[in-house]
Design a protein around this ligand. Structure first.
Ligand code: ARG
Length: 467
């Protein structure tokens, strides 16, 4: 083949007199990753063809041939009977070329009134929309894993920390529902992001729209898009939806990493709060005694790459002139990577949450250590009319005195309490101790048993309703 006829073999070959450099083809291809968009590409093209028929650009037979041809391509791709080549650059060219090979000249009409710029955006939006729906299910499953533990763990009191120092006691389900809340916000964020993802790009064509009398609202209806992008110039440069989606993923990854870190710490010999399922741990090649929390460490570690994916996208679009630039082909891999990483993490996390066991004995044994009752004791004094700052000082001195002797507040003699506050009597011992501290909580959203019970019930109900 002459260079000129090699050049002409490209979809855009007419104007070219020189064939592409094979190194350039290798460097610029996207089929190695955007083949993942095959389903969205085919569904998008079928809707486009149906719209073209409706407005009279395609005959009913042409539309039928195109749609059936596309369906047969879909079958072959899914059966693994489809050949990819970097010569055809991307999934859009592969599908179109295969269509033309199969149905002849009619296939050459499919690209009427559209460009790859709006096509790639449409395919990507369809993909992200599906990905959001998958993530919502995975997040719900993880929430449910936490909620399902709440009843069994209800009476387990645990220390909660600030600065990784023992701070106040909470019920174990208070911990579990804390994560349920975070993942609820993640689901809301994704649902909100989905609204903007769910906008039809197709029909913006290269950047200015088209002189072909297409009906974009019909295409939107066929593809279940809620709205039609209103500025053709905006469409081909807009990757906000991909960035926003990846931000949602990065925040989910952050939430997972906090939980992973917490449970890694809890599973240490020093904490000994939790026993992780062995199927999610590995051993050491040299230290025979080791059972390492590798899964949690990698969930924590992979957060870095998801944040990196977001960073890559942010930098990618920075300062890009309107409208489409080939740079934008680099948008897919970070999104795919972030999605793959986070969805796998969520899936595994749910099983980890279901199967891990609290070491109640070890938790309980040290519950009176760390003065977890100091704050509610201070509040007890406040309720008796002592100003907060004064009460804080009194309790601080009592804690210091107990600390110096290595005992709990409840083990101090009454005379010491009376030295701080003369009108204290024996009733002081009724509010000291971790269990009593828990009983003292009252405020909405606190770790008081009634509050936690109400939250568990409300979450169970919400899970039922959102089935
Ligand atoms: N492979 C390209 C991408 O993924 C398709 C869009 C090409 N458009 C263009 N004007 N060259 O972004």
């Amino acid at each position: 083949m002459s260079k000129k006829s090699q050049a002409a073999s490209k979809a855009w070959g007419g104007v070219f007199e020189e064939a592409a450099d094979p190194r350039m083809e290798k460097f610029t291809e996207s089929i190695s990753f955007d083949s993942r968009l095959y389903l969205q590409d085919i569904r998008g093209s079928q809707a486009h063809a149906a719209m073209l028929e409706k407005v009279g650009i395609l005959t009913a037979e042409e539309k039928k041939a195109i749609c059936e041809g596309l369906e047969s391509i879909l079958k072959d791709i899914e059966a693994g009977n489809f050949e990819y080549s970097i010569k055809l650059e991307d999934i859009h060219m592969h599908v179109e070329k295969a269509l033309i090979d199969r149905i002849g000249d009619t296939g050459r009409k499919l690209h009427t009134g559209r460009s790859r710029n709006d096509q790639v955006s449409t395919d990507f939006r369809l993909w992200v929309r599906d990905a959001i729906d998958i993530l919502d299910g995975l997040l719900r499953n993880l929430q449910k894993a936490f909620i399902d533990r709440c009843d069994a763990d209800f009476d387990c009191i645990m220390p909660a920390f600030t600065h990784t120092q023992r701070a106040q006691p909470v019920l174990a389900p208070h911990y579990w529902l804390c994560y349920v809340e975070k993942y609820a916000r993640d689901r809301e964020r994704l649902a909100d992001c989905r609204k903007r993802v769910n906008t039809l790009s197709l029909g913006a064509a290269a950047l200015a729209g088209t002189s072909i009398p297409i009906d974009r609202f019909e295409t939107a209806r066929l593809l279940d898009f809620e709205r039609v992008a209103a500025n053709s110039l905006d469409v081909s440069s807009d990757r906000d939806f991909a960035l926003e989606f990846t931000f949602c993923l990065a925040l989910i990854a952050e939430h997972l990493s906090t939980w992973a870190e917490e449970w890694i710490l809890w599973s240490t010999c020093e904490f000994n709060f939790i026993k992780l399922p062995q199927k999610f741990c590995t051993g050491s090649s040299i230290m025979p005694q080791k059972v390492n929390p590798d899964l949690l460490e990698l969930i924590r570690g992979k957060t870095a790459r998801v944040i990196g994916d977001l960073q890559a996208l942010m930098v990618l679009v920075k300062g890009l002139i309107l409208a489409y630039n080939r740079d934008l082909q680099e948008d897919k891999e970070p999104v795919f990577d972030a999605f793959d990483t986070v969805s796998a993490s969520l899936d595994l996390a749910a099983d980890m949450v279901r199967d891990a066991q609290l070491n109640r004995y070890a938790i309980n044994e040290r519950l009176e250590k760390g003065y977890l009752d100091a704050t509610t004791f201070m509040e007890f004094l406040i309720k008796r009319g002592i100003p907060q700052r004064t009460a804080h000082g009194m309790v601080g001195r009592l804690v210091r005195s107990a600390m110096n002797r290595g005992i709990a507040l409840a083990e101090l003699p009454l005379s010491e309490f009376q030295a701080e506050c003369a009108d204290l009597d024996d009733s002081v011992y009724e509010i000291l101790g971790t269990r009593k501290a828990i009983e003292a909580f009252q405020s909405y959203g606190s770790t008081a048993a009634v509050q936690v019970r109400a939250q568990i019930d409300s979450w169970k109900k919400r899970m039922e309703e959102s089935r």
